[in-house]
Ligand binder design. Structure first.
Ligand SMILES: O=C(O)C1=C[C@@H](OP(=O)(O)O)[C@@H](O)[C@H](O)C1
Ligand SMILES: C=C(OP(=O)(O)O)C(=O)O
Length: 435
């Protein structure tokens, strides 16, 4: 039975400490590196995020999600894959796991079918599959060309070390290739075509590889990694800055706020740490001390009207909802990739913001908020579209709305399973309701 969440807040003063789980982005990179390193690299502080727990299970061998020999996947009864003899790995809704494992299995010997949730079968993988095929991998599509599920047939034989890849669809394809690059017999010279989206995630990958002893050279649009061995090391996963963004949003919508988020540092590998700069525009100061970050709200007029979110797409929902809540009619760019994430996040934002009379209007790839028709509904029902960030980005609105109901509370587990209990600890009323 699906549980909805009823959320209320009876005062607008926030004061407390929050311990966030590890970043799923860092954790999933670390797990692939660990798996490729022949025991040299270990991962410390594995994230509780469901996407990370799932990948750890798959790579460390105690997975429930891995279905062996001829077992039938839920929802796939008519598919050809039900009769196959390969191992089937189901990564559910985990985008990074899908992309990183595609590259990982492409260079292993065993035959594997990689599949995922209904939505995962709509999220494109063709750009990565084309690149891996050019390198020498044997990969077939099981249902629709360009989309999971895919069959990775083993027998990798490197054909070239120079490949090109589009940079503007998902940086996860690039990360996936970089993670396996040093394990390729001839290394990799990766040419990025056009704009690179989500660049900090590529930098995170290279920084983590560097910690694991893998050197790279990045000049212009070419990243090169030679064949080399991993060094013995431990990769430690930092708390999740994307999760921290919801607490920044809560602080921005409160009358008074003092929050301490433990474990976060100013020199994060995560591009989403830019939330400190973004939220400074909304009067939230960030002070790093005592092993974490102290947030404090200062009441001041909002200064910035234009936000380019190309380097931090996972912050888009958080920032747009905060602006809508504060009637700040800002405009946003860099949102192109949002349409192929857990849901079409543009459409989801437009639909849910409309429930309080706010419009998000697109013109030539610039999205502008129109709050002229905004109203405060007595009870708002937020659809979440299997997207953790729809639930978490809208939750701070409980500070300005009398009562909210969220479809499918457990959706947050993908990256931040303790989200609702953390809200409760900070004085929100959180009630489960059978849907
Ligand atoms: O590499 C990563 O860990 C991620 C990259 C981003 O995806 P895109 O590169 O597809 O924008 C981001 O949205 C996702 O949540 C995590
Ligand atoms: C886009 C996201 O995840 P993924 O692509 O890994 O499914 C996200 O966490 O916002």
């Amino acid at each position: 039975m699906m549980q909805n969440i009823i959320l209320k807040r009876n005062n607008k003063i926030i004061n407390g400490t929050v311990n966030l789980t590890g970043s799923k982005s860092e954790c999933n990179r670390a797990l692939i590196i660990e798996a490729l390193s022949n025991g040299k690299v270990l991962v410390e502080n594995i994230s509780d995020a469901a996407d990370a727990v799932l990948l750890a299970g798959i790579l460390r061998g105690n997975q429930e999600s891995r279905v062996r020999n001829q077992e039938i996947l839920p929802g796939d009864t008519n598919s050809e894959i039900e009769n196959c003899k390969s191992e089937i790995v189901d990564i559910g809704p985990a985008g990074t796991a899908m992309r990183f494992l595609t590259a990982y299995y492409a260079i292993q010997q065993d035959e594997v079918i990689l599949t995922g949730s209904k939505r995962m079968k709509e999220r494109p993988i063709g750009v990565l599959v084309d690149a891996l095929r050019a390198l020498g991998a044997n990969i077939d599509y099981e249902e629709n060309d360009g989309y999971p599920p895919i069959k990775l047939k083993g027998g990798f034989k490197q054909q070239t070390n120079k490949i090109s890849i589009k940079g503007n669809i998902s940086s996860q394809y690039i990360t996936a290739l970089l993670l396996i690059a040093s394990s390729l017999p001839e290394g990799l010279e990766l040419h990025i075509e056009g704009d690179l989206t989500s660049r900090p995630y590529v930098e995170m990958t290279l920084a983590m590889l560097n910690t694991a002893g893998i050197k790279h050279h990045w000049e212009g649009n070419v990243i090169s990694i030679a064949k080399q061995d991993f060094a013995a090391t431990t990769l430690s996963v930092e708390p999740d800055w994307s999760a921290a963004s919801y607490w920044y949003a809560i602080a921005a919508l409160a009358d008074e706020a003092e929050l301490f988020l433990t474990g976060l540092t100013p020199y994060s590998l995560q591009g989403d740490s830019v939330i400190t700069e973004i939220m400074a525009n909304f009067g939230i100061t960030s002070q790093f001390k005592d092993g974490g970050v102290h947030l404090k709200k200062e009441n001041k007029p909002i200064s910035r009207r234009e936000f380019d979110l190309k380097e931090c797409p996972d912050l888009a929902q958080t920032v747009i909802v905060v602006c809508a809540a504060l009637n700040h009619e800002a405009s946003f760019t860099g949102l192109e990739t949002l349409k192929i994430k857990e849901t079409d996040r543009i459409l989801a934002l437009q639909t849910e913001l409309a429930k309080m009379g706010v419009k998000l209007i697109e013109k030539d790839e610039v999205y502008t908020l129109d709050c002229s028709g905004k109203f405060i509904p007595d009870n708002i029902f937020i659809n979440t579209y299997h997207d953790h960030r729809m639930a978490m980005a809208f939750a701070p609105l409980a500070l300005i709305l009398p009562q909210m109901e969220f479809e499918n509370g457990p959706v947050v587990e993908k990256s931040y399973p303790a989200f609702w209990t953390d809200l409760e600890k900070q004085g929100f009323e959180v009630e489960e309701k059978e849907a």
